[in-house]
Ligand binder design. Structure first.
Ligand code: GDD
Ligand code: MN
Length: 397
């Protein structure tokens, strides 16, 4: 018989808790493979959730633990619960199950999550978005839409090559190895984004995460605790999780472009006012200096290229010069495009000169980024080819 621990965060779930405990009991009384303890993480629910739980401790055949504290959000509650399970409980558990208290998650599905673990997964995610998943018919369209959108957004922002459809699911099982390997202190999410951050941490630790279809129901009683803050935090934290995501790379590229413009102006003024050379050669020199500084910054900052083996300096320099040459041509093409777009907008479309200039810059940036990403830094489908002698920092760790 294996011991498992079911961790349930609760805030104002007094009306749901009795049914939940009874239904967990119903599921586990039928099996001799597992024995389930329950850990409730309650944030001083004013509706007396804890009193209801306490009244059920006697009748539940296994252990029920309750930890209480100040309300700091779902993510904090989960982190507290997981770290309590890891450090403060006398038993070693075979697996930990995370689920909601509002009966959205059906305790009957726990067995398929555990089965996934038995078959080798470190974490099983109860998924609403795969073959075999069901969502009850009366589930509000808006919530369904919101959840799908959140999943798409998170998936795009974390930009990892993983096949998990339901990144925000709150129904999961993990084995003890996963819990031991995760650095809970690093999962710094106070709200719902915790789910995504936790999976990200698991991906980083190379744990095997797999999905299992579940039946998702509308909450039985009470209302959702999702707040506007959670949505804002969700977007921000998902964006910040992976420093090497395509979005953050593009932002770094644009930042370098802006720095390049300042370098360009500075050099031009310096050459013309201090060294006093003619404006035309000064212009060309300033252009080249800013292209070279952009190249260096992009190599080091945007694409975070590091060198595996620094013993062969000559080879590195040769590679860099070759890349610089290609980058140069691309940048000159970009400048031409900026100029052409500016001209077209200003003279043909009769648009304000500043807006035309911005349009030119946007087109040129797109061209520069698209081409240099592929031709200079050889990123295809957002993946760095392995055979390159240049390696990506993130892939080392
Ligand atoms: N202790 C504690 N503190 N518990 C909380 C808090 C909190 O601040 N906020 C929510 N909970 C508990 C609720 O009592 C419930 O048991 C569970 O966490 C989920 O809260 P709901 O309010 O029912 O969340 P939801 O239905 O909007 O969201 C569900 O779906 C999301 C994805 O669409 C949850 O499963 C989320 O984890 C999931 O990301
Ligand atoms: Mn819910």
């Amino acid at each position: 018989m294996k011991n498992i621990l079911i961790i349930v965060p609760t805030y104002n779930e007094a009306d749901n808790i009795q049914v939940l405990i009874a239904s967990i009991n119903g599921v586990f009384s039928k099996t001799t493979s597992y024995k389930a303890d329950i850990l409730f993480v309650d944030d001083n629910s004013p509706d007396g959730t804890v009193t209801v739980i306490e009244s059920m401790i006697e009748s539940y055949p296994n252990d029920i633990y309750i930890i209480s504290g100040q309300k700091k959000g779902l993510g904090r509650a989960y982190r507290k619960g997981l770290s309590f399970a890891k450090n403060d409980l006398p038993k070693d558990y075979y697996a930990y199950v995370m689920m909601d208290a509002d009966l959205s998650h059906d305790p009957k599905d726990i067995s398929s999550l555990l089965k996934k673990l038995e078959n080798g997964a470190d974490c099983a995610v109860g998924s609403r978005y795969m073959r075999g998943s069901k969502t009850v018919d009366n589930y509000p369209k808006f919530r369904r839409y919101l959840s799908k959108a959140a999943n798409r957004l998170a998936s795009s922002l974390i930009d990892l090559d993983v096949d998990i459809k339901d990144l925000t699911s709150g129904f999961k099982a993990l084995n003890s190895k996963s819990l031991a390997k995760m650095s809970l202190e690093d999962i710094n999410a106070s709200g719902y984004v915790f789910q995504v951050s936790m999976l990200f941490e698991m991906f980083q630790k190379k744990l095997v995460v797999q999905e299992v279809p579940i039946t998702f129901a509308i909450r039985a009683h009470g209302k959702s605790k999702l707040r506007l803050f959670d949505i804002a935090e969700f977007v921000k934290q998902s964006y910040l999780l992976n420093p090497n995501s395509k979005h953050r790379r593009l932002l770094r590229f644009c930042t370098v472009g802006a720095i390049g413009a300042v370098v360009n102006l500075g050099v031009l003024v310096f050459l013309k006012q201090v060294i006093r050379i003619d404006v035309m050669p000064a212009y060309l020199i300033a252009l080249e200096v800013s292209i070279i500084s952009n190249f260096i910054l992009n190599n080091w900052f945007t694409f975070k290229i590091t060198y595996d083996d620094v013993s062969d300096r000559l080879k590195i320099i040769r590679t860099l010069l070759g890349k610089l040459l290609v980058f140069n041509f691309i940048a000159l093409g970009g400048a031409t495009i900026a100029w052409a777009v500016f001209n077209l907008f200003l003279n043909q479309f009769k648009i304000n000169y500043l807006i035309s200039d911005i349009a030119g810059i946007i087109f040129a940036t797109g061209w520069n980024y698209g081409l240099s990403k592929r031709l200079v830094w050889r990123i295809v489908d957002n993946k760095i080819p392995e055979e390159l002698e240049l390696i990506y920092e993130s892939q080392k760790s």
